[in-house]
Design a protein around this ligand. Sequence first.
Ligand SMILES: [Zn+2]
Length: 128
Amino acid sequence: MNIYRERKRAILNTLIKQYGMSEAYDMYGDFMGYRKPKCAICGAEIYDYSEWSETGYEIKKCTNNCWVHTTYSLTDSLETKGFYYYGKLTEPIYQSFQEQIKENAQKMKRKNALFWRKKKSQRKRKEG
Ligand SMILES: [Zn+2]
């Protein structure tokens, strides 16, 4: 996991050196396939801040706080509804965090569907 992260950072640093900051971030985003990522649960923008190479601190979260992933050097905190973890991040833990986000996204979809169905029937009742 850490090796992977360092590799990603090396790619980004190389791009910055060659193309400058803003160009590099665009290219890096395209390359990683997550240009302008959106929250899987609510579709909001994802806040992504990193000073990992300086202090080891990094945060990535949904701007509506559906989930938060904070890194403090070698310790990670993962939080979403129905899931909380604080400690060393391992691949299986990260996987189950992603699974929980997926599950929450589906719950949200069902909830929205119910909400709109309800709205529709209310509207019908009012009109009729
Ligand atoms: Zn969200």
